[in-house]
Design a protein around this ligand. Structure first.
Ligand code: ATP
Length: 276
């Protein structure tokens, strides 16, 4: 069975677009695409082909999962999440069976919850959607991908609950071209690293519940964190608070953030070190 709320413990169950910083154009594009769920009659009357799949493309920790969750809240849809790696098995047919189950679960959960729509989120799509016949492919993988294509083609415009597939990847170049054809993942939304204003907004979001010193300017921290993702910035705010608490300082000051920046950068380097 698939996890209705999806994976890791540090990820919130619900997200709203207002809580996502530095992704204004991605949010705009996504909201536009979500009109297909919100206003199906109007779309149908215009003879527009409904969107079945949206691909979020960008580096790790930039908010792709948050965006998918926010899309579910925005459209009041059931949310069901899985990761590409969950479908990769050495035993023939198991991955394909799991894909079938995922779509079945989404339909039945939405019906039980009396929701009009369900959003299926697949993280790390490149793991199961790798180009067929390529080096990293494998016959079992191909079967799993074929099943995903079959399920996407089976999404029907008039069915209720309506289904929308949102997938995330940081390697869209690895994907099998069949996934990107019209009627499948034909909308790609870029979710890049945030710029300085985006970083300030994300820091603002993640320090809302923290006592900041009056002299601290989040813009200064944003300037010093070029290349940080949203996940890095969330971790930075948390580390700065821990450092302040350790010193028994009632407020989080600039120097706590400065020290925490080094910690986050060091942590990133350690994560990248190959294990021996
Ligand atoms: P991955 O590719 O590794 O799955 P992702 O792009 O899906 O990463 P998320 O899982 O959405 O990233 O982000 C992880 C956490 O980082 C979030 O729960 C949130 O705390 C923080 N975060 C990331 N991006 C943003 C953002 N744009 N605004 C606010 N918080 C963010």
């Amino acid at each position: 069975k698939f996890d209705e709320v999806g994976g890791a413990i540090n990820k919130p169950r619900h997200a709203r677009f207002e809580d996502i910083g530095g992704q204004d154009s991605a949010i705009k594009e996504l909201q536009e695409a979500l009109q297909f769920i919100l206003r199906p009659d109007e779309i149908g009357k215009m003879g527009i082909r409904p969107i079945k799949g949206i691909l979020l493309v960008g580096p790790p920790g930039t908010g792709k999962t948050l965006l998918a969750r926010a899309a579910a809240s925005f459209t009041s849809s059931v949310f069901i999440a899985a990761s590409g790696s969950e479908f990769i098995e050495m035993y023939a047919g198991i991955g394909a069976k799991r894909i079938r189950q995922l779509f079945k679960d989404a339909r039945s959960k939405a019906s039980k919850a009396k929701k009009k729509s369900a959003i299926i989120f697949i993280d790390e799509l490149e793991i199961l959607g790798v180009k067929r016949g390529s080096n990293s492919s494998h016959m079992e993988y191909d079967q799993t991908l074929n099943q995903l294509l079959v399920e996407m083609d089976g999404i029907c415009q008039n069915e209720e609950p309506r289904l929308l597939l949102i997938a995330a990847t940081n390697r869209s170049d690895m994907l099998d071209p069949a996934l990107l054809r019209p009627g499948r993942f034909d909308r790609q939304v870029q979710v890049g690293l945030p710029d300085k204003h985006g970083r300030a907004k994300i820091l603002n979001i993640h320090t809302r519940n923290k006592p900041l010193d009056d002299t601290l300017l989040l813009e200064d921290i944003a300037r010093a964190t070029f290349g940080f993702s949203g996940a890095h910035l969330e971790s930075l705010a948390n580390e700065a608070a821990i450092l302040a608490m350790r010193e028994k300082s009632p407020k989080i000051e600039g120097r706590h953030f400065e020290e925490a920046i080094d910690k986050v950068i060091m942590g990133e380097k350690m994560d990248r070190k190959p294990s021996s």
